[in-house]
Design a binder for this molecule. Structure first.
Ligand code: NAD
Length: 344
C-alpha cells in the first residue's frame, strides 16, 4: 500500500538562475552558491564569542551540531547523560569524547552529564555554561530516546520516560536559558521535533506526541521571547543514527512515499549534515527567522508548512449530525482517505 503524499513539492533538476515565485524545491547551483557572504570579514567564525549548550551532544545529530558550533567559534557545553537508546543507564564516555574531539581541533568545550529529564538537570546544564564560559547565547535541545510500542501495549512508564526526555527535557533547558536570554536581550533556541509527530507515525504515540508538542512549544516560545531579541525554531531532522537503525525495514518501506524523492546519490543521511542549518539559525544573521520548523535531511533543507485552516463549510445556525453526515463526504471530506485501513 502506498501512503498518500503529504508534501506537495516538485523537484527541479535544472539549477535555477534565480529563485522563481512558486518554486518549492530547487537544486541550488553555482550561480546562487557563489553569492558572497555579506556578514563580515570572517564568516567561517560566525559564532565567535558565543556560548552554546547542546543536549544529546554525545552522539548522532547532537554530536555533529556541537562540533560544528565549536568550529564556528562557539564555546560548547556538550550535555549528554550517555543513555542507551531506550533511556536506560548512564555513560560519561560519549560526551567526554566529543569534548576531546573539539579540543583537539582547537575549540572550547566542557561536558555535562546531567539528565535533561529533570528541572534540576536542565538548570545544571545551563549553569555549567555560565560558570565555565561566563555567558549563554545558544541552546540546542537534541537529547532523545525511543520506547516504541503500539498504543494498546504502551505502559505509563514508556509514556512518561519519552515525555520526560523529549518534552520536559526541552523545557528543563530552554526555561532557565530564557531567563538569561531575557535579561541580556538576545539568544537563540533550536529545538528538535520530528515527522513522527508532525505527520504521525505508527507505534510512536509517546514519541510523536512529544515531538509535535515540541513544535507547538517552539512556536509559543518564539512569540514569548521575540520582543527580547530571542529566536526559537525547531528542526525536524532525518539522519542515520542508532535511532533510525532501530526502525524495522518494513516500516521504513511503508513511510517512503511521505518524503520527496531525490536524484540518485544526492541524499545521504550522515548526522553531521543536519548541523549547518542549526549553526546558521544560531547566528546573528538569522535574527528574523523565528517560530519555524525546518525539515533537514542530507543536502535538503525544507521550510515546513505551518498548520493552517484548510477548506471549511458553514451554515446559518448549528450543524446537526445528520446534516454533517450528508454534506461532509462531498465537501471538506471529498478526497480524505484512511491512511492505514484495516488489513485483510
Ligand atoms: N535520527 C533521525 O532521523 C531523527 C529523526 C527525527 C527526530 N530526531 C531527533 O533528533 C534528536 C537526536 O537524535 P539522534 O538520532 O542523534 O539520536 P541518538 O540516540 O544518536 O542521540 C541522542 C543522544 O541523547 C542522549 N540522551 C538520552 N537521554 C538523555 C537525557 N535524559 N539527558 C541527556 N542526554 C540524553 C543520548 O545519550 C544520546 O547520546 C532527538 O531528539 C531525536 O528525537 C532524529
Amino acid at each position: 500500500m502506498t501512503l498518500p503524499r503529504r508534501v506537495k513539492t516538485i523537484y527541479n533538476s535544472a539549477p535555477p538562475a534565480t529563485w522563481e515565485p512558486g518554486q518549492l524545491d530547487a537544486q541550488v547551483g553555482p550561480s546562487l552558491l557563489g553569492h558572497p557572504p555579506v556578514e563580515g570579514p570572517d564568516s567561517s567564525k560566525r559564532l565567535e564569542g558565543k556560548v552554546a549548550v547542546v543536549t544529546g551532544a554525545g552522539r548522532g545529530i547532537g554530536r555533529g551540531v556541537a562540533k560544528l558550533l565549536a568550529s564556528q567559534g562557539a564555546a560548547v557545553v556538550v550535555a549528554d547523560v550517555g543513555a542507551a537508546l531506550d533511556g536506560d543507564g548512564e555513560d560519561s564516555t560519549p560526551a567526554a569524547q566529543v569534548v576531546e574531539e573539539i579540543s583537539e581541533l582547537g575549540g572550547r568545550a566542557v561536558a555535562s552529564y546531567h539528565s535533561v529529564a529533570t528541572m534540576e538537570g536542565g538548570e545544571n546544564i545551563v549553569k555549567t555554561a555560565v560558570e565555565e564560559f561566563g555567558r549563554l547565547d545558544i541552546v540546542v535541545t537534541a537529547a532523545g530516546i525511543l520506547r516504541d510500542r503500539m498504543l494498546f501495549n504502551m505502559t505509563e512508564q514508556e509514556w512518561d520516560d519519552v515525555m520526560g526526555v523529549h518534552l520536559k527535557g526541552t523545557f528543563s533547558v530552554v526555561q532557565p536559558a530564557s531567563e538569561i536570554f531575557k535579561e541580556q536581550g538576545g539568544g537563540r533556541i533550536v529545538t528538535f521535533s520530528s515527522v513522527s509527530g508532525l505527520y504521525g507515525y505508527g507505534g510512536q504515540a509517546n514519541y510523536g506526541a512529544a515531538k509535535d508538542a515540541i513544535a507547538g512549544f517552539t512556536r509559543v516560545v518564539a512569540k514569548d521571547l521575540a520582543r527580547h531579541g530571542v529566536t526559537a525554531n525547531a528542526i525536524s531532522p532525518g539522519a542515520q543514527t542508532r535511532m533510525t537503525d532501530s526502525i524495522p525495514d518494513s516500516t521504513k518501506d511503508m513511510r517512503k512515499g511521505e518524503f520527496l524523492p531525490a536524484p540518485e546519490g544526492t541524499l545521504t543521511t550522515e548526522p553531521e549534515q543536519v548541523a549547518p542549518m542549526i549553526a546558521w539559525l544560531a547566528s546573528d544573521q538569522a535574527a528574523d527567522v523565528t517560530g519555524r520548523i525546518f525539515h533537514t535531511v542530507g543536502n535538503r533543507v525544507s521550510l515546513m508548512n505551518s498548520p493552517e485552516q484548510g477548506r471549511s463549510i458553514h451554515k446559518a445556525g448549528r450543524w446537526t449530525v445528520e446534516e454533517l453526515a450528508g454534506v461532509f463526504p462531498e465537501t471538506i471530506g471529498m478526497d480524505l482517505v484512511n491512511p492505514a485501513p484495516p488489513q485483510d
